[in-house]
Design a binder for this molecule. Structure first.
Ligand SMILES: C[S@@+](CC[C@H](N)C(=O)[O-])C[C@H]1O[C@@H](n2cnc3c(N)ncnc32)[C@H](O)[C@@H]1O
Length: 218
């Protein structure tokens, strides 16, 4: 018998995430639409700080609703998502924005080329040992005075695979709610708004996220 190659788990974290969202994209859309999330209020806060036609990169844009759609009304928005199905939905919902099917941690972006980076409910799917590096690179991509709007896990640090999250295995990670402020500072990002906001998730109960709006002070 030849050498047997296999994996004990369903795959690498990011394969789990990409396959998961490909499988559950429509169910996620329906579920997320029932969450009373503060997304639009934070996105409008960011929008009000940007000049017309700002260059905005959205990481983990999902199906493009509501965030990409809201920002694309006035800005040049590029959405990135690791799930091909999410990107197809986003192209359908927000034809005026540009979309790229890619892993946010593998992006090559010119330094000081962006006015804003948005990453809502993304970092919770990024492996712990890649999160600091992504934040550092976002700091380099932003023009002086550019903004980052992001959510992070608010609870304890850790990584986990939930075997049945809305019908598919899903990978989750957090450095812990208190870790992100100092990491943003190290990346040259000054926090200008910082709130832990609980939201009620149908079927999952109350889940809190740390919402951070920061400005590149380089
Ligand atoms: C919880 S959904 C949030 C979608 C959207 N930001 C929103 O607020 O509705 C997370 C999205 O991030 C994407 N994602 C997760 N890890 C990613 C990565 N490493 N690179 C790009 N996209 C990623 C997923 O495919 C999914 O569409």
């Amino acid at each position: 018998m030849g050498e047997l190659v296999g994996r004990a788990v369903a795959g690498e974290p990011k394969e789990i995430v990409a396959r998961g969202y490909d499988a559950i994209a429509l169910r996620y859309a329906e579920w997320a639409g029932r969450i009373d999330s503060p997304t639009l209020e934070w996105v409008r806060d960011l929008d009000a700080r940007l000049a017309d036609g700002a260059d905005v990169l959205e990481l983990g844009c999902g199906r493009g609703v509501p965030t990409t759609r809201e920002l694309a009304r006035r800005h040049r928005v590029t959405g990135i998502d690791i799930s091909a199905v999410q990107i197809e939905l986003a192209r359908h919902h927000v034809p005026e924005a540009s979309f790229v099917h890619a892993d946010a941690t593998e992006l090559l972006v010119a330094e000081a080329s962006l006015d804003a980076v948005v990453a809502l409910f993304l970092f919770g799917h990024v492996p712990i040992d890649e999160q600091r590096d992504l934040i550092t690179r976002i700091g380099l991509w932003l023009r002086p005075g550019g903004h980052l709007l992001s959510t992070f896990g608010a609870g304890e640090p850790g990584e986990d695979v939930e075997e049945d999250w809305l019908g598919a295995p899903m990978f989750f990670a957090s450095l812990g709610g208190d870790a992100y402020g100092p990491i943003l500072r190290d990346a040259g990002l000054e926090t200008i708004r910082d709130e832990v906001v609980p939201q009620h998730e149908p079927g999952h109960g109350e889940v809190s996220f740390r919402w951070l709006l920061a400005r590149a002070d380089n």
